[in-house]
Design a protein around this ligand. Structure first.
Ligand code: ADP
Ligand code: ADP
Length: 237
């Protein structure tokens, strides 16, 4: 489980992007993060994977405080966190299978291993993940030949290939049409439940969040202004 305790971030410019943010995400729970532009959503996600250095508070994943790990240890800790992005960030000239395998190793070590070939079990595992996201048949297609929805499915399989303990999902449907967006949100929520993964989804589409997540956290000016089930959001606004 993820425990964010009293997290704060003030940038060198003096801008306070987060203040006193405390959120626990139990295993299997998917939390939808909403709030207006500038509320601190990206900063929160970036503090958890330490692309941004928090200035205050703790971020515990299991018994490790991610806010405190050394730069040296960070690489290892980041392997515990699966990332899914708005723009998929697939490697265009690689196949679907290669993109998924790269998630297991990280991109740089991927190339070293590829030349020595992957163990059969890694490939079998990648096929199982592709099957789960509905892309088994597309394994040998190049990433740039896929539709937006298919690309995001590759992004999901790639994140899962590293066996994460936490998923961070940044605007997963921002580039997709409404129907595909619902399919992707359904897939992410089902997978989190199956694997008992905690997840934070930064989502600007509030009705979509309300339809698919059990819990919504609303940020405004870097503070938590709502934390509860989606039904409660209707009553408040
Ligand atoms: P959101 O993702 O909700 O749109 P952000 O986390 O991007 O919000 O930004 C939160 C606040 O922090 C904003 O006021 C933004 O201008 C500020 N901010 C974000 N990144 C930086 C940075 N690198 N330096 C200074 N201020 C920043
Ligand atoms: P997003 O669209 O993902 O929320 P932003 O447009 O908020 O991203 O930020 C893009 C980049 O600019 C990020 O690296 C962020 O840290 C930086 N940034 C955002 N606001 C500021 C700011 N006020 N001062 C300096 N850098 C900022």
């Amino acid at each position: 489980m993820l425990q964010i305790d009293n997290l704060g971030k003030t940038f060198a410019t003096g801008d306070t992007a987060l203040a006193n943010v405390s959120i626990d995400v139990p295993k299997g729970q998917i939390l939808g993060l909403i709030g207006p532009s500038g509320a601190g959503k990206s900063t929160l996600i970036r503090c958890i994977n330490r692309l941004v250095e928090p200035t205050e508070g703790a971020i515990r994943l299991g018994d490790v405080d991610l806010a405190r790990v050394s730069a040296r240890e960070l690489r290892h800790q980041r392997r515990r966190i699966g990332m899914i992005f708005q723009e998929y960030s697939l490697v265009e000239r690689l196949t679907v299978m290669e993109n998924v395998l790269s998630g297991r190793l990280g991109y740089v070590s991927f190339w070293r291993s590829w030349t020595r070939r992957f163990p059969a079990e890694d490939i079998q595992r990648a096929f199982r993940l592709l099957d789960r996201v509905g892309l088994y048949e597309q394994a040998n297609k190049r990433a740039d030949a896929l539709s937006g929805g298919q690309r995001q499915r590759v992004g999901i399989a790639r994140a899962l290939a590293q066996d994460p303990e936490l998923l961070l999902v940044d605007e997963p449907t921002a580039s997709l049409d409404p129907k595909t967006s619902r399919q992707i949100m359904r897939l992410i929520t089902e997978i989190c439940a199956e694997r008992q993964l905690p997840a934070i989804v930064n989502i600007h589409d509030v009705p979509l969040a309300q339809q698919f997540v059990q819990r919504i956290v609303g940020l405004q000016d870097g503070r938590v202004v709502f934390d509860g089930p989606p039904e409660g959001l209707n009553e408040q606004t």
